[in-house]
Design a protein around this ligand. Structure first.
Ligand code: NAD
Length: 393
């Protein structure tokens, strides 16, 4: 299959591009490299020493014999997006190419707007290009479980049957996102659902949980293929961040009470979920939603697991409950359905001590690259970055 992986230089996109290429698909990466620019803006870096995109792709060719084409393009530039569709004629367009940090979107007004422009405009351009150039192309779009928030009822996969005053309907599941970034994902979902309804586009919205891990079967084949590994308080996600904190002897920072519960999955399952979605396209006109996570944990549970594994390696791992920079619910109900991908053949890689130990090993090997001053949160939901004087403001 001919597949474009937009955002293929990022944490999820790079291993996905390798995985799809390894399975024999013809892969083109489209990326604006904006994530690397944001590293410079924040004074941050990947904990692992990642090569340039050109060097990574050349290393993959050497290791696997497979070509991955690269196009440096910004999805907010419609001419560039249209050219991708006209020249590549993809059967599937996997869309990872967004600014994906909640704290980044909460820094200040300018960052919130830049986040909305990048994500919402980029996705609208992709929808118009599919309609005008490649109407049969299957859009595989990364959403997030954060779109739903934490309602006091079970979270369904995108849709819910509602009975109201004696009548019933199948309606979009209510969304209660927790940051301006998560709101961009909600807007994307609405725009995609609308495009499916009016233009007959086929789309799968993958509401992904928080991704942990680093390596996949393909990235393990050569050190030059290593994935990016974010640790700073703006882009580092829970669990990966805790393990890195343990590796550098910094207390693991649990925000507030720690009972906040979310869905999680291993990066090895992310790449497989994308493959499953591509292999089983939505019907024309269908807006299909899969909840892409495998297990749920509270933040406290994750920190405890990380502490246990770190202590078994002789590290002096500690947990610190710090003031929560976000506005979040505690002790809330959380039960989300995730059966669609399992029914299509996903076999989850669960969070075992061995998995934690492998991530910790990489973190310890690269601990010299960590800038400790980036680990504590500098952006708060109520006051942005100004109150704490974070550099990113
Ligand atoms: P990432 O920041 O590591 O990668 C995103 C990539 O997209 C980067 O390489 C960036 O340069 C590129 N990009 C961004 N805007 C672009 C644009 N306008 N045009 C072209 N390229 C652009 O993020 P990630 O962790 O790989 O996340 C990928 C997707 O998965 C995102 O949409 C994110 O919202 C979603 N997601 C991620 C997680 C997670 O835990 N990492 C969880 C849920 C959902």
């Amino acid at each position: 299959m001919k597949i474009v992986v937009a955002g293929g230089d990022g944490f999820c996109g790079w291993p996905t591009a390798l995985h799809l290429s390894d399975r024999g698909h013809e892969v083109t990466i489209v990326d604006s490299l904006v994530r690397r620019e944001i590293d410079e803006e924040l004074g941050s870096n990947s904990m692992t020493p990642i090569l340039s995109l050109t060097e990574r792709v050349a290393a993959w060719k050497e290791v696997s014999g497979q070509d991955i084409a690269v196009r440096i393009a910004d999805l907010t530039d419609y001419d560039a997006v249209r050219a991708v569709f006209e020249e590549e004629r993809p059967e599937a367009f996997v869309h990872f190419a967004e600014h994906r940090s909640a704290p980044y979107s909460m820094i200040d007004r300018e960052h919130a707007i830049a986040n909305h422009r990048n994500n919402v405009e980029g996705t609208l351009n992709v929808l118009w290009a599919i309609k005008d150039v490649a109407p049969d192309c299957h859009l595989v779009k990364l959403g997030t479980m954060g779109e739903y928030g934490q309602p006091n009822i079970d979270i369904e996969e995108g849709w819910i049957e509602i009975e109201h005053k004696g009548r019933t309907d199948r309606l979009p599941f209510p969304k209660q996102p927790g940051s301006f970034y998560h709101l961009t994902k909600v807007h994307d979902s609405d725009n995609i659902m609308f495009a499916c309804r009016i233009w007959g586009i086929r789309a799968t919205d993958l509401n992904q949980g928080v991704v942990y891990g680093l390596e996949t079967e393909q990235t393990r084949r050569d050190p030059r293929l290593v994935n990016r590994f974010d640790y700073d308080a703006v882009f580092g996600t829970a669990l990966n961040r805790f393990l890195i904190q343990a590796a550098i002897g910094h207390p693991m920072t649990v925000y507030g009470g720690g009972s906040q519960t979310r869905g999680y999955l291993n990066i090895e399952d992310t790449v497989r979920c994308i493959e499953i979605a591509c292999d089983n396209p939505a019907e024309r006109g269908e807006f299909r939603v899969f909840n892409q996570f495998t297990e749920s944990f509270s933040v406290e549970e994750l920190a405890e697991k990380a502490r246990r594994v770190a202590q078994a390696q002789g590290l002096d791992a500690r947990i610190d409950h710090i003031a929560n920079p976000r506005v979040e619910k505690y002790d809330h109900y959380y039960n989300a359905v995730n059966t669609n991908l399992l029914e299509l053949g996903l076999e989850p890689h669960l969070l075992t001590d061995e998995v934690l130990a492998e991530i910790l090993d990489v973190a310890r090997a690269n601990s010299g690259r960590v800038r400790r001053e980036l680990v504590m949160p500098g952006v708060t939901w109520k006051d942005g970055a100004r109150a704490s004087g974070a550099e990113a403001a």
